[in-house]
Design a binder for this molecule. Structure first.
Ligand SMILES: *[C@@H]1O[C@H](CO)[C@@H](O)[C@H](O)[C@H]1NC(C)=O
Ligand SMILES: *[C@@H]1O[C@H](CO)[C@@H](O)[C@H](O)[C@H]1NC(C)=O
Length: 480
């Protein structure tokens, strides 16, 4: 069995589908083939610009047969690449000859592992559609759930689960540390309490402070069994009913957060079958709780479990190194999305974070780059790689992250200017030498475009003092 194509894209996640779509648009007469392990693929829909560098979008799951016309599809698994002869072999034994290949095989969920195999079924890694369905099935009879992890998906789960008691175990001193700082975390928690028991009208506070570094650390340590499937999109939980049995009549109770904690031991109680968890806090103290199962949402690691005739050059984090045109070290082999690591000389305001936003941008970039190579054209890297930008939703609030929004790699030499109105907005500017280097906008995201300009232009904001966040002054007027 063998098949021929001009462009072969491997992976049915956002990066792979975005790449295939870009190829069909750029080279309508060439053959584009998408090789995916699952017949359900993910694509971007409802793409709305929020500012120049920011887009809001939904992720749609669809059958691979319903992809854009012009994309041929094969449901199978890649096992071998012979890059010098330009062909791959699949698990079913199919040989596909290609002219250009793009690897978008994504990441695998890092699963919390105890080494106790009998507990394996009680620990669910949240990463793909199958695992969410599994979660939903188990929730039907659950009273207590333990969520492990502090990234976007863990945060959304903690917010979305209801009719079940949620124990949220995080290793940081505040929630959602992958995305926000301690101040924003507090803002979210106050807002949640507010919903539970509304109080009087909130006041706005503006605060400027010097800050010591608080780099968001990579999530968890151990890696368990790999989970398959395309990664979840930003609105993944909307299509599922994440309600429990209600037996505990927990209603919309707030999750109980266990800060700076790790799981030390898990025992299964012989009578009830419940899991008895021992947590160890950073200060060495222990705490016990019981739960029905553990949801492990501790991040992803690049997944490439196929072999190649020549070695793919990997980065320290395990990703495949790519240059600014998304090329790997193997001839005519590209990579995009969670599986790759940006190994180009990065712009001062951009860094890689394995998010849906960047999967889309990299996938599209790889597609355009492969098309240009095929047509013998020269193109430049897309401008989206000049400025880090991400639009998401946390605890029901719209969130925009721009530039070095958590002071990433700025050392200790920066200032924060924060405006916070309880239950309404949390705006944080990261300033260095009077210049805006990054911003977090929660609740009110109108400032997004102004922030983009201020960051990119390196405008000196010293003359404006704290007025740049004064709610009575329209800062956009300053710079129009
Ligand atoms: C695959 O690639 C290598 C060189 O990279 C070559 O020596 C080998 O013969 C190729 N073909 C097959 C069928 O393995
Ligand atoms: C930044 O530069 C752009 C284009 O060069 C300009 O249109 C914009 O007004 C500038 N914005 C600020 C805030 O300086």
């Amino acid at each position: 069995m063998s098949q021929d194509c001009t462009f072969l894209v491997v992976g049915g996640g956002i990066a792979g589908v975005s790449c295939a779509e870009a190829l069909v648009i750029c080279c309508p007469s060439a053959s584009v083939l998408l090789l995916t392990e699952s017949s359900i693929v993910k694509s971007v829909t409802n793409l709305v610009p929020v500012a120049r560098y920011l887009h809001k979008f939904d992720v749609r799951e669809q059958n691979v047969k319903d992809l854009r016309a012009g994309i041929g599809t094969i449901v199978d698994q890649l096992v071998h690449i012979n890059s010098s002869e330009h062909w791959v072999r699949t698990k079913a034994g199919l040989v596909i000859k290609y002219r250009y290949l793009c690897l978008c095989t994504g990441g695998a969920a890092k699963l919390f592992s105890t080494g106790q195999t009998e507990l394996g079924a009680r620990i669910i890694g949240i990463r793909d559609t199958d695992s969410v369905l599994e979660l939903q099935r188990r929730l039907a009879s659950a009273k207590d759930v333990l969520i492990l992890g502090n990234g976007g998906i863990a945060s959304e789960l903690a917010h979305e689960l209801h009719d079940v008691k949620v124990h949220w175990v995080i290793k940081d001193g505040h929630i959602s540390a992958t995305f926000v700082d301690a101040g924003a975390a507090e803002f979210f928690q106050l807002a949640k309490q507010e919903t539970a028991q509304p109080t009087q009208a909130p006041a706005t506070a503006i605060k400027r402070m010097r800050y010591s570094e608080m780099l968001p650390k990579g999530e968890q340590q151990e890696v368990g069994e790999h989970k398959r499937g395309a990664a979840l999109g930003p609105d993944w939980h909307r299509s599922y009913d994440l309600s429990g049995s209600g037996a505990a009549s927990a209603g919309r109770e707030l999750p109980k957060v266990y800060y700076k904690s790790q799981i030390k031991q898990i025992e299964q109680l012989p009578d009830s079958g419940a899991l008895c968890i021992t947590l160890r806090h950073d200060d060495g103290s222990l705490e016990r709780l019981s739960c029905d199962f553990i949801v492990s949402a501790t991040g992803v690691q690049p997944r490439h479990d196929y072999d190649t005739d020549q070695q793919l050059q990997l980065a320290e984090d395990g990703g495949i190194n790519v240059d600014e045109m998304m090329r790997t070290n193997l001839g005519d082999v590209y990579a995009a999305g969670d599986v790759c690591t940006a190994a180009w000389a990065k712009a001062p305001h951009w860094f890689q974070m394995r998010l849906w936003t960047q999967a889309r941008q990299m996938g599209a970039m790889a597609g355009r780059s492969m098309a240009a190579a095929h047509e013998g054209e020269t193109i430049y890297q897309d401008f989206c790689f000049e400025l880090f930008g991400h639009v998401t939703q946390l605890f029901g609030f719209p969130v925009v992250l721009l530039g070095r929004f958590n002071g990433q790699d700025l050392g200790r030499d920066y200032e924060l200017l924060v405006r916070c109105t309880r239950n309404k907005e949390y705006i944080k500017f990261v300033l260095q030498n009077g210049r805006l280097r990054g911003a977090i906008l929660i609740g009110d995201t109108d400032l997004a475009e102004t922030c983009e300009n201020l960051i990119l232009n390196g405008t000196d904001l010293t003359p404006y003092g704290d007025d740049i966040l004064n709610p009575d002054i329209d800062i956009e007027d300053y710079f129009d």
